[in-house]
Design a protein around this ligand. Structure first.
Ligand SMILES: [Zn+2]
Length: 96
């Protein structure tokens, strides 16, 4: 789980994703908030646990995953990502 204790080492390698990034609400690279109406199109570039990590199509996606179009995968709808960010669904099993 995401916790404050990871902050101290977050300059090592890639920056530590924020809670918003882990919920697919912000770009993994530039941290653009996709809830903003002017945000660019998001593509799936990686996964953390069972969640999609998103980046802006183009430069950010290429930095994150090596492809400007990200993975061949459709991001969850924004409202679904917001809902998951605000709280886990009751039926979401967490085996770990
Ligand atoms: Zn971006």
């Amino acid at each position: 789980m995401y916790s404050q204790e990871s902050i101290s080492g977050h300059r090592r390698g890639r920056p530590e994703p924020t809670a918003e990034t882990l919920s697919g609400l912000a770009c993994l690279i530039c941290a653009t908030d996709y809830r903003d109406a002017s945000a660019p199109e998001a593509v799936v570039v990686s996964h953390r646990d069972d969640r999609q990590l998103l980046a802006c199509r183009g430069t950010c996606a290429r930095m994150a995953g090596g492809s400007v179009d990200g993975l061949d995968e459709t991001p969850l709808p924004l409202d679904e990502r917001v809902r998951r960010h605000q709280g886990p669904a009751p039926h979401d099993g967490d085996p770990s």
